[in-house]
Ligand binder design. Sequence first.
Ligand code: ATP
Length: 361
Amino acid sequence: MTKSFQIAVFDGDGIGPEIMGPTVAILNAMAKKSDAYDLVFTNLPAGAAYYAQTGDGLPAESIRKASKSDAILLSAMGLPEVRYPDGTEISPQIDLRKEFNLFAGVRPVRVVPGGLTPLKMPEGKSIDFVLIRESTEGLFHTQGTGEVTEDYARETLQITRSVSEKLFAFAFNLANDRKAQGRGPGRVTCVDKANVFRSFAYFRGIFDEEAARHPNLTADHAYVDATALWMVQKPWDFDVMVTENMFGDILSDLGAGLMGGLGLAPSADIGLHQAVFQPCHGSAPDIAGEGKANPFAMILSAAMMLEWLGTKHDIAAMLGDAAKIRTAVDAAVANKTSVTADLGGSSTTSQAAAAIELAVT
Ligand code: ATP
């Protein structure tokens, strides 16, 4: 029986629409070939260009429709010259995180043998770990409302039991799924600074409570400074890492650097009921409209969406199609065939995406 999914699509700003169009085409082509699932796409307005036209960066109607969808695909958003009156950028992706309580920011880092990385990889090693960044509290708790006086400035870091419990349950479940798929040893590392801050000792304590519920998995801890070092020295040792919002913000860019840059870095922001899939990079206004944008981070984000839906609804074909996309992108990157200029090739956005579509259908 075919299961149909409603996908809300936000095209975004700058290169956003250029990378979203071919990504939806790939998903459509795969879904058409499958009798296990079908995807129905609905475009919703939001973003900086939309704000410039209408004075609204994320219409309530878009939020309402997105909340009713099965998943949300979101391209790069925001334009540096378009700002709210308080000077901040239009960032519907951050608004959606708050609106839908998307506490788990999932940032996979993968480098296959022959893949792009600034590291010297030992023979036979590959990198495949997932960094989970808590995305609704931590040091972002007072984002936009921090106290600034003539003499001092103050922000508050908040860790709550309710969010941390959901976050750690998510991390251990992910490690379990990865272990079942043969993608990891089943290990979760809590990244913190529990030796210095009481709030992080609290964070770690809740992690340990969740770890006790998963005797089949390995749980360990690492300080964030040491983690930065190990991500460069031995990134192949990690499986699932889970951390606070600001630490995760920084480490996820380090992760993107390990795998050859932002053009290859996908992401997902996941809550209990909704999830948003989008590339890690911004709207790259400097190259917008030139056909130079690398579509792979967007396409890999779409693969994460298929994987999330497939796991949630127990549809193996969706997991298979997600893996097909990853394999096709890995091969293109390793062979330097049909890749855009940022990866050392000469293909346009549409040529790079068309090669992936051809490989997966
Ligand atoms: P934001 O703050 O919105 O994340 P940013 O200021 O970090 O944005 P990006 O828009 O991500 O910046 O762009 C940073 C650089 O990377 C720019 O030179 C841009 O052209 C390049 N870049 C970003 N995404 C891509 C992509 N998909 N393909 C090619 N180049 C890209």
